[in-house]
Write a protein that binds this ligand. Structure first.
Ligand SMILES: *[C@@H]1O[C@H](CO)[C@@H](O)[C@H](O)[C@H]1NC(C)=O
Ligand SMILES: *[C@@H]1O[C@H](CO)[C@@H](O)[C@H](O)[C@H]1NC(C)=O
Ligand SMILES: *[C@@H]1O[C@H](CO)[C@@H](O)[C@H](O)[C@H]1NC(C)=O
Ligand SMILES: *[C@@H]1O[C@H](CO)[C@@H](O)[C@H](O)[C@H]1NC(C)=O
Ligand SMILES: *[C@@H]1O[C@H](CO)[C@@H](O)[C@H](O)[C@H]1NC(C)=O
Length: 478
């Protein structure tokens, strides 16, 4: 346990390492980049006479003011699709909706997605909010199965064989899982099974899935076949973090928010889609723009944007999925490349620490807010220590001191899913949580360790024994 007072000092030191300034290798307009990269990207020349409809499902998987950025990303995506010509009846939004009128929000009723940015909250349909933002409703919406819904607007992707579907999810995740603000984890195999079912129902022509989360590559790696007419990109590969952007350290404009306003992969595609004529831009071109903006600078602190599924589909126009904003039709790329700039990014999992730290730092000495912020900070740090300790201890009980870290940290070669027996994986996760408490957003990084226990043949009985022995003293109050 960290003693109060002392703890805040340690956190101050720790936080200074969390925030990493990234200097863009290049922040040139994409036309200039095309030229430099030898014109590998063809102009789209897109068919603007689409026979089917466009559908979109937008999901912010978190809640809490310190996760401001996920709902901001999703609201921003809605605005792009709306300006692109999609109808509200075809855009389905999942957001907890606790940000705009949050006590911490310096601009009540407004959500922004970049420093000094405009409001992205106005007009966003509140299809699934609060407890209705869960994995089951998300699956039901994709499958167009109204009878499987609980709560919400009842809007589902009621699509036909000529339709195009765009799915965008942003939040925390971990190896093999995505989080939701309520209900169970979304497991990668369940999500891929839903996509297979949708394909089997012949109810779309093609689908694009954009996914931002830590270890988001693990959701499709070895799992998404290339014959479903689905093309996916993820913010990071299967074994690395993704990054929050526009954080308080970045500028004074964000400082008063005490929280990050966006995520790096997300703002990269959103800001690219904002300004271009999407009849002239392919998915591949956007991937290249986003990938360049995301993997730059300090190599161990940036993520690799990945492509999965039917990669041939990346030659299609963004227009098929997002429409296009008529005011962008004459968009010409800026002639003068801007000079390299810097953007500070924060590991998604540490963004909440940063928020609590800011609140602690700003509150007047001895005030109620200061004590509250300090408690939140200390609780989060204790939780992290508890989770790290428990997983390591369980590993040692199962595999012995000398072998444990090797087993727990194994990363399977690319092309393979993180686990073969998903039922074992789910059972071991729920066993851990039953005896040791929630893994929490921070602890989802240990999902790989639990998957590796299954890969090593650990049984439920062994897991129960190891968990009870590890966590008997610690009440699962987290
Ligand atoms: C658009 O496509 C439909 C069939 O898909 C066709 O009947 C129609 O003539 C096309 N319109 C134009 C303007 O090309
Ligand atoms: C829709 O969901 C209900 C309830 O979960 C289920 O019984 C039914 O089989 C589903 N329908 C289809 C077409 O998948
Ligand atoms: C994934 O990212 C990690 C950390 O950035 C890197 O070490 C690893 O080589 C990457 N793996 C793949 C398959 O790209
Ligand atoms: C684009 O340029 C054309 C031709 O100059 C013009 O007619 C049209 O109004 C312009 N569109 C916009 C949105 O500015
Ligand atoms: C590590 O694994 C090897 C092979 O399975 C086993 O022989 C050895 O006893 C283990 N070490 C410990 C400390 O449990």
């Amino acid at each position: 346990m960290i003693c109060s007072g002392h703890g805040a000092f340690i956190v101050l030191l720790a936080l200074s390492c969390l925030i990493v300034p990234i200097t863009y290798a290049s922040k040139l307009p994409s036309q200039v980049l095309d030229f430099i990269h030898g014109g590998t990207i063809k102009n789209a020349g897109c068919n603007t006479n689409l026979s089917g409809k466009r559908w979109a499902v937008l999901v912010a998987g978190s809640k809490g003011y310190y996760n401001y950025r996920h709902q901001a990303d999703v609201c921003h995506a809605y605005q792009i699709l709306k300006k692109g010509g999609l109808k509200d009846e075809n855009i389905i939004v999942f957001m907890y909706d606790d940000i705009a009128f949050n006590d911490n929000n310096p601009r009540p009723g407004v959500i922004i997605n970049k420093p000094n940015g405009g409001d992205v909250y106005a007009g966003v349909p509140k299809d699934y909010t609060k407890d209705h933002v869960n994995a089951k409703n998300f699956y039901a919406v994709i499958l167009g199965n109204k009878s499987a819904l609980t709560g919400g607007s009842g809007k589902v992707v009621n699509s036909g064989p000529n339709d195009h579907i765009f799915i965008y999810y942003t939040d925390h995740g971990g190896p093999g899982v995505l989080a939701m603000p309520t209900g169970e984890y979304m497991y990668a195999n369940d999500l891929n099974n839903v996509l297979k079912k949708k394909h089997a129902a012949k109810s779309y022509k093609s689908m694009v899935f954009y996914l931002e989360a830590c270890e988001s590559g693990s959701i499709f790696e070895g799992l998404l076949p290339n014959n479903l007419n689905i093309y996916a990109t993820t913010a990071s590969n299967a074994s690395e973090d993704s990054y929050a952007a526009y954080c308080p350290e970045d500028s004074e404009a964000v400082e008063k928010y005490d929280t990050c306003l966006g995520d790096l992969y997300s703002i990269s595609w959103l800001e690219d889609s904002d300004k271009h004529d999407l009849r002239q831009e392919t998915l591949q071109k956007q991937y290249e723009v986003v990938q360049r903006r995301t993997v730059v600078g300090v190599s161990d602190r940036s993520s690799h944007v990945m492509q999965y599924g039917n990669k041939k589909q990346s030659n299609e126009c963004l227009y098929y999925y997002m429409g296009t904003n008529p005011t962008n039709e004459n968009y010409t790329f800026v002639k003068n490349p801007s000079s390299p700039s810097t953007l500070r990014v924060v590991n998604q999992r540490d963004a909440n620490l940063l928020h609590f730290w800011h609140k602690y730092h700003k509150a007047p000495a001895g005030s109620h807010e200061k004590l509250k912020a300090q408690k939140e900070l200390n609780d989060e740090i204790s939780l992290r220590k508890h989770v790290d300790y428990s997983i390591n201890h369980i590993g040692e009980l199962l595999f012995g001191n000398g072998n444990s870290s090797k087993v727990l940290e194994t990363v399977r070669p690319s092309g393979q899913p993180i686990v073969d027996d998903w039922n074992c994986f789910k059972m071991l996760v729920s066993t851990y949580e039953k005896y040791c408490g929630s893994l929490s957003k921070y602890g989802t990084q240990h999902m790989r360790a639990i998957a590796n226990m299954c890969n090593a043949g650990v049984t439920m009985k062994q897991m129960v024994a190891a968990s009870t022995q590890t966590c008997f003293k610690i009440p699962p109050t987290y």
